[in-house]
Ligand binder design. Structure first.
Ligand SMILES: *Cc1c(COP(=O)(O)O)cnc(C)c1O
Length: 452
């Protein structure tokens, strides 16, 4: 049986309708999970996540003639269990803050994977603090340098920490446009990320003059939720050109990182290439450019986030109030919203939904799914066809594994939901639901305000 590319599926790969007419994921009845763990609930399907990891790795083995390494852009969803699963599939990590470094190495430590993974952590970010850099150097992350201040800070830190060598890569802005939301577009020249390529010779000169900077490669990431293949095909050629330029200057380059960005199918109309097609495109583009330009094959790194984990997770909500405005709109409210999924309000991202406790019911009405926050813009899905729902029904929104929990907030002092991982009929809590006490955990009341 050929398994679908997870990023082309709307639901997790194990999703099916069971004998009770309910949605089942990873062998677990979603309505049972909500009864047991509460609502809203993130439900992560381990099989779908592992399948995506394997498809990425396998495709690089099939299509790239040199060495390769897939690393997980952990900002998509960074927590102990996700990091442990991803590490066990042989992936490395892209981290963008001290907190993500801490989460990743804590997971590796507890999962007994430190030795296998520690040299595969890449630290990104356009404004890493001195403390973060010191921490990253201490645990031997490879630092993907974004700007001049960072180069200078690393040289100073190298001296203070008595380091002979700090392994770095350089992030460049390749000047490649792609069609995605402007907030998640990063490759065009007017971007806050990376060195302007016009400065590349000056950067190389600076690195040559400071022997502590051990530059092992170049990096570019052009954006997210991309359906076209052309931008990544173009990126290979551009990066290899700079790679060759660096090698000719005598830099010890051996890696190219082409970033992430492959899109997923949130709604039927979305039509992303498969993981295999995307890997084939970038592999061939880099290999062909090396051949054409007479450069040695670099170790090829890619760092997918969304396409690895988004489809593996759904969010289950409980249906609550209903407001019908005749001839205008019917709102159905759920018990979460922009605090557990800020993507619709931030990027106008579209989602699908289904009624998990009546899978066979026919669509009967067009409704708008609203969250429970004090914000008119807190709308999860506009104008979706659904069966008639009642309070207490379980509404499932698919495609919530990436940039949901990781962007979640406590707006209106809502507790962040729990998350469970499901596999072959077993469900385990991976993030417990926040309690009211958790909500005031960081609050401090100055003495003068608490006379008693
Ligand atoms: C966000 C990001 C990624 C992952 O992007 P996806 O679209 O989630 O695959 C990879 N690399 C960098 C530098 C990023 O900022």
């Amino acid at each position: 049986m050929k398994i679908t590319s997870p990023n082309q599926s709307i639901l997790p790969l194990t999703a099916k309708r069971n004998a009770q007419d309910c949605l089942e994921i990873g062998g677990c009845d979603v309505t049972e999970l909500v009864r047991r763990f509460g609502s809203p609930l993130y439900i992560l399907d381990e099989f779908t996540l592992r399948t995506a990891c394997r498809q990425y790795r396998q495709a690089f083995e099939n299509y790239y003639p040199g060495e390769s390494q897939v690393i997980y852009a952990s900002k998509a969803w960074s927590c102990l269990a996700v990091c442990a699963v991803v590490a066990s599939e042989g992936l490395g990590f892209d981290v963008v803050s001290g907190g993500e470094i801490y989460t990743t190495i804590s997971a590796l430590d507890r999962a007994g994977m430190t030795g296998a993974t520690l040299d595969k952590i890449y630290f990104h970010g356009n404004n890493k603090s001195r403390e973060e850099l010191e921490y990253a150097i201490g645990v031997d992350c490879i630092i993907v340098v974004d700007n001049w201040l960072e180069l200078e800070t690393l040289v100073k830190l190298g001296g203070q920490l008595n380091r002979q060598k700090i392994s770095i890569m350089l992030r460049l802005t390749p000047g490649i446009e792609c069609h995605t939301h402007e907030y998640i577009r990063t490759g065009h020249l007017d971007s806050k990320f990376g060195f302007d390529p016009h400065q590349i010779e000056a950067v190389f000169t600076y690195i040559e003059a400071n022997s502590v900077l051990h530059c092992i490669g170049l990096h570019a990431h052009i954006g997210s939720q991309i359906f076209e293949r052309q931008p990544h095909e173009d990126l290979g050629g551009v990066l290899v050109q700079w790679y060759k330029q660096g090698l000719e200057r005598g830099l010890p380059l051996s890696q190219l990182n082409i970033g992430g960005g492959l899109g997923i199918r949130y709604i039927e109309e979305h039509d992303p290439p498969t993981i295999e097609e995307w890997v084939k495109t970038v592999s061939r583009s880099v290999a062909a450019a090396c051949e054409a330009q007479g450069a040695p094959l670099p170790k090829l790194i890619s760092e997918p986030g969304r396409s690895l984990i988004a489809t593996a997770c759904v969010t289950a909500y409980t249906v609550g109030s209903r407001k019908e405005i005749p001839d205008l709109r019917t709102y159905i409210a759920v018990d979460g919203g922009m605090s557990d999924n800020p993507r619709p309000i931030t990027y106008q991202s579209p989602y699908r939904a289904l009624v998990a406790n009546r899978m066979n019911a026919l669509n009967q009405e067009t409704v708008t799914i609203a969250g429970k926050h004090c914000e008119s813009g807190d709308i999860l899905i506009k104008d979706i066809q659904l069966p008639k729902t009642e309070p207490g029904d379980i509404l499932v929104v698919p495609g919530t594994g990436a940039y949901n929990y990781s962007m979640a907030s406590n707006y209106n002092r809502l507790s962040r939901p729990a998350a469970v991982i499901v596999c072959e009929g077993e469900a385990n809590l991976i993030l417990s639901r926040e309690t009211y006490a958790d909500l005031i955990r960081q609050d401090r009341l100055p003495q003068r305000l608490s006379p008693a």
